[in-house]
Design a protein around this ligand. Structure first.
Ligand SMILES: Cc1ncc(COP(=O)(O)O)c(C=O)c1O
Length: 379
């Protein structure tokens, strides 16, 4: 099997599964229980939090364990909106955010919030000038993703953080789900108040994640109940999931430190090779995340190509998994100004640190074969 759909999800690392199983078996008690077993579970939870904080260079109490990216994004956006609406009801985001940001913002619009969706240039990048101009007296939140899940574009988060710092009354949230472990991002003293991470994109488990919430940031909770996770996220903690999340985070950071160059080289090889295949157009800009490349094959249906490759046990994706069953057109590519020919024929190839050059070579051969085959049918 050649799995090249790592932006949709990744295969859990065996040591992550082991951590989950061990924590589930040995620390099954409720961390809120006052007996000894509860105390031990609580200790492990605090330790997991401490380790996550150490890896991310933030404070322990700034780590909130969540169920993943969708929850983190909703918690941040709605949490700021509901807690700070008395000060203002204006939010700035971009046109190419993940649905968990877009739909959260759209839902807030129905409640009377005003959302500015910043456009992007042909490389999928927002303009700092547009962003600065969009800030108003009643702006309470800027929510911009780090790495785009469909085309791999990297937003200038550091610079946006510097701008955000000049407006101490507004909060800055970053969807870091595709960036974590692939593209460096500093959290402390960066102007970033909230940052979403998901476990299953980094060889962790589905249903695990972290929302970084810095100390100055007050959120209205989405869940009310037993006041777990500093009352921001009530509900009995997923202790084993949190331990597994931290394990995945540690592993991905180690691999980033040791293997970033190899991954970037592998993607460069893939890009150069794709450029040589007749009929393939590359949509991802030269400067982008090291694990995502988006291409179009105008005139051919992406599902057909996926099907043919699938028969060879090679797995790639159309657009992103969250929208791949929806309408044919990629709204991300549309926002970048690509023609309909390109926006309706997009494919995403996403790598992980486990992807090998041999796998990429086989994929390229099979893709070329598939395209030749399809073109012959059409002639
Ligand atoms: C950029 C981005 N944000 C958020 C999410 C949602 O994360 P999760 O699947 O953990 O809910 C995804 C997942 O595709 C994503 O790519």
């Amino acid at each position: 099997m050649i799995y090249l759909d790592n932006s949709a999800t990744t295969k859990p690392h065996p040591s992550v599964l082991k951590s989950f199983q061990q924590a589930s078996e040995s620390f099954f008690a409720n961390p809120s229980s006052i007996h000894q077993l509860g105390g031990e579970a609580e200790k492990l939870l605090l330790k997991a939090k401490e380790q996550a904080a150490e890896i991310l260079h933030v404070n322990n109490n700034e780590i909130i364990f969540t169920s993943g990216g969708t929850e983190g994004n909703n918690m941040a956006i709605k949490g700021i909106a509901f807690a700070h609406q008395a000060r203002g009801k204006h939010i700035i985001t971009s046109q190419i955010e993940h649905p968990s940001v877009m739909e959260a913002c759209a839902a807030l619009e129905t409640l009377g919030f005003d959302i500015t969706y910043l456009p992007v240039d042909e490389n999928g990048v927002v303009s700092l000038e547009d962003l600065t101009q969009a800030i108003r007296n009643d702006t309470i939140l800027i929510s911009i993703m780090h790495v785009n899940n469909e085309i791999g574009t990297i937003q200038p988060i550091e610079k946006i953080g510097e701008i955000a710092k000049r407006y101490p009354k507004l909060f800055f949230h970053v969807d870091h789900v595709q960036g974590i472990g692939k593209v460096p991002l500093k959290l402390n003293n960066s102007g970033i108040d909230l940052c979403t991470i998901s476990g299953h994109k980094i060889h962790g488990l589905k249903g695990t994640g972290i929302l970084y919430v810095n100390n100055r940031t007050k959120l209205f909770p989405l869940f009310h109940g037993g006041n777990q996770e500093q009352a921001i996220r009530s509900g009995t903690e997923n202790l084993a999931g949190s331990v597994a999340m931290v394990k995945a985070l540690r592993l991905t950071k180690e691999r980033q430190a040791n293997e970033a160059k190899e991954l970037a080289e592998l993607k460069r090889y893939l890009r150069v090779s794709l450029q040589k295949i007749v009929g393939v157009k590359i949509n991802t800009p030269e400067i982008a995340a090291p694990h995502i490349i988006n291409i179009s094959v105008p005139g051919l249906k992406p599902e057909v190509i996926i099907h043919i490759l699938g028969e060879q046990n090679i797995f790639i994706s159309t657009k992103s998994a969250c929208s791949s069953k929806q309408k044919d057109e990629s709204r991300i590519l549309e926002a970048c100004g690509f023609s309909k020919e390109r926006t309706t024929s997009a494919l995403r190839i996403s790598l992980s640190y486990d992807t090998t050059k041999e796998e990429i070579q086989t994929f390229l051969q099979e893709l070329e074969k598939a395209l030749t085959q399809l073109k012959e049918v059409m002639e």
